[in-house]
Design a protein around this ligand. Structure first.
Ligand SMILES: *Cc1c(COP(=O)(O)O)cnc(C)c1O
Length: 381
């Protein structure tokens, strides 16, 4: 029995327990890694292609291009769409910096839009408003990057028609939502191109940095494969465009193949953990919602509370770790304060940043431990 510091036992509760999964998969992953060490093809070895094929099957997409991180995947998508100086790309202000950073790295401007307070995802009306304001200022909006915050797909049903109306390409930032679904469509098929991250703490994580891009567009996939390796043409040393060194290591592909094999089972366990939190916490804090037709990958279980900092402190004193994603919206951070924003302001993003608190969440969180967390939260608020 594991309890917090205030309980009888002193085993610490981890925020994300990667060791439980490690114990379960150790033999299989170690065997895979030994094979890579023996064949020695550390760059673009056979495991990379095997993983890409398995990911394509899992998501029902034609093309998967693995790469070095979620951030590089975003940058590759922007480069493939020829985003650059003079362009604007709509990005939610409530997200991890990489979403906007990749846009800015191409010389384009991230235009920061507001979110919906119930889903933490991009507000489609804010996208429309901001695009219209950009046009009036003579700035061309080129693309929109919906982010599937905490694992829940953005409101694609509303965003896709607006994007098509306004002539915007859709680059889906699914760094947190691999495995999730929206209205019967799997993540990977929701935008023209979708990116994900295999950072260790993401729902499907490797043992270092990694990422991937998903698309049904064969030409775009070819472009991405070229950008991944210095913009190479048909010959390795014939560079037809600018690119990057953005390959996924063979070793990380080997790890991911074994983790993918148990991923769907882990998704179901994440669902069960989330449901237990929601039914236990509903009366104490604002619990996250999953709109009907959607499925979350539960990268985080994030509640809202108007005395968030006091709640986090009380839980910390009880040995229960929490995290704040995110404390500041992008438009209030120095690196992004000069970029355009929704003309009506970003009040929801600012409010949510004061209230969010993410709780321990992983597929190996035991019900008894969860009940300790739930009871402490109810007692603290
Ligand atoms: C983690 C994350 C990224 C970046 O992924 P890395 O693999 O860490 O580079 C991008 N966008 C969002 C929303 C993320 O959560």
């Amino acid at each position: 029995m594991i309890e917090g510091r205030a309980g009888v036992s002193h085993t610490p509760i981890p925020f994300i327990d990667l060791q439980a999964q490690r114990k379960r998969l150790a033999d299989r992953i170690d065997a895979r890694l030994s094979k890579v060490l023996e064949h020695g093809r550390f760059i673009m070895g056979p495991e990379v292609q095997e993983l890409e094929e398995k990911l394509a099957v899992r998501c029902g997409v034609r093309h998967v291009v693995t790469c070095s991180s979620g951030t590089d995947a975003l940058l590759m998508a922007m480069m493939a769409l020829d985003t650059g100086p003079g362009d604007a790309v709509l990005v939610p202000s409530f997200t991890f910096a990489a979403t906007a950073e990749a846009v800015a790295m191409t010389g384009a401007s991230p235009a920061l839009v507001d979110i919906d307070e119930r889903t933490f995802n991009m507000d489609p009306e804010s996208v429309r408003r901001t695009t219209t304001a950009l046009e009036k200022a003579g700035i061309r909006a080129k693309a929109v990057v919906p982010v599937d915050m905490f694992g829940l797909p953005a409101d694609y049903e509303a965003i896709l028609p607006i994007a098509s109306d306004l002539g915007l390409d859709v680059v889906a930032d699914a760094a947190q939502s691999f495995g999730a679904e929206s209205n019967g469509s799997l993540v990977g098929k929701l935008g023209r191109v979708t990116i994900t991250s295999f950072f260790p703490s993401k729902p499907l994580g490797c043992y270092g940095d990694g990422g991937a891009l998903f698309t049904d567009d064969g030409e775009l996939a070819e472009l991405l494969r070229s950008i991944r390796v210095h913009g190479q043409g048909s010959d390795k040393y014939d560079n037809v465009r600018l690119g990057l060194n953005a390959r996924l290591d063979t070793i990380q592909a080997a790890v991911l193949i074994e983790k993918l094999a148990v991923f769907d089972e882990e998704l179901m366990t994440r669902d069960a953990v989330a449901n237990r939190y929601t039914s236990g916490l509903r009366d104490g804090v604002t619990t996250p919602i999953v709109p009907s037709g959607s499925r979350s990958a539960w990268a985080q279980y994030t509640v809202r509370h108007n005395r968030r900092d006091a709640l986090a402190q009380a839980l910390d004193a009880d040995g229960i770790p929490t995290a704040i994603y995110y404390r500041q919206p992008l438009h209030l951070q120095a690196a992004y304060s000069r970029f355009p924003t929704d003309p009506e302001g970003l009040t929801v993003s600012e409010q949510v940043c004061r209230e969010v608190l993410s709780l321990p969440m992983h597929p190996y969180l035991e019900p008894e431990v969860q009940d300790v967390i739930i009871n402490r939260i109810l007692a603290a608020c």
